[in-house]
Design a protein around this ligand. Sequence first.
Ligand SMILES: *Cc1c(COP(=O)(O)O)cnc(C)c1O
Length: 386
Amino acid sequence: MLIEHSTAATLTIDLGAIAQNWRFLGTRAGSSSPPKAGPTAASTSTTAACAAVVKADAYGLGVAEVGPALYQAGCRDFFVALVDEGIQLRTLIGPDATVYVLHGPQPSAEIECAQHALVPVLNSPDQFQRWSNLAKMRGERLPAALQVDTGMRRLGFDPGDFEALSSESFAAARLSGIEPILLMSHLVSAEDPADPINRIQLEQFEIARKSWPGLRCSLANSSGIFLGPAWHFDLLRPGAALYGVAPVLNQHNPMRPVIRLQAPIIQIRTIAPGDRVGYNHTWRASRPTRVATLSVGYADGYLRSLSNRAMVRFMGQTAPLIGRVSMDTITVDVTDMPAHQLTPGAQFDLIDSAHDINQVATEAGTNAYEILTSLGPRYRRRYLAA
Ligand SMILES: *Cc1c(COP(=O)(O)O)cnc(C)c1O
């Protein structure tokens, strides 16, 4: 439990921005125009429905809040990775929503999957067989998504196995007790429109879906939505972009920023030229330097690779992080900032709309997905209502 005047850093999560990002992505369906305008000036053409990927606790932002916000915004197709995540999500949203489990069930988890009305993504002949066995045992048809591997070599039927399954086709799948309700695959490099793998995967997917006429199809993750309408099919499957991650490499980010991370000053001191700061003394002062110590560290998922690289902000001004990121603290050079406002308790912005997760990811040498999913449990979390 956090006391009222804790030094804990504050993570603010804008549920309204997530809902707006979801609506915006939905309006991209069938559209090939470049993403200029952003969520506030969206077109109205809709051909594909828009799902929401909320695996890994909604990318670290809290599925207990994000799930209901998206449901209220109108989302009726949700994807999680694990059966456990699906069971939790089912308690948070209405029974008219479909919850897909990307990993499919582990052996003997099929019963739980069915009991909680989860739709497994069947990724292999083995998973297909086990789901079919359960259906026969229960004497009912159980819905499932089928995933075909078009290049990721991670999850999904090998094209050969899929062809074998398809040659038996719909009717046979029904006889085996399985009611396929979605055919899907996952893109390898969709954030890079110039990568030829995007078209190769599209072609592979087109081949796979020929054997299943009429079956609902889904290929595009967040970035895939921006490859163009050919990749859209019937159901868009964004995760990252809902949470503010830029969907296209080196291009204007049309998504609304979703999180703000603030950490308070705990202590301020002035050090002399030649003094060194932090573990292993990796930063050395070349002038009299005022150092502010802030309450956030790698235990909070503020990555250690941001050492000597991140920029933080205070009242619109920018200051560099100096020295190593510690477990619970970082140190910032505030020499050039207005001294009288820099007092213990004053809040610095580490991630905000002026310096978002995408920029912090660049500083950390990783992607924005890892910044989000690393956000720790120690923050004071504030949710802005949708
Ligand atoms: C995680 C995931 C997504 C969402 O991808 P984003 O890049 O976050 O939009 C979609 N489909 C599958 C199969 C996934 O694993």
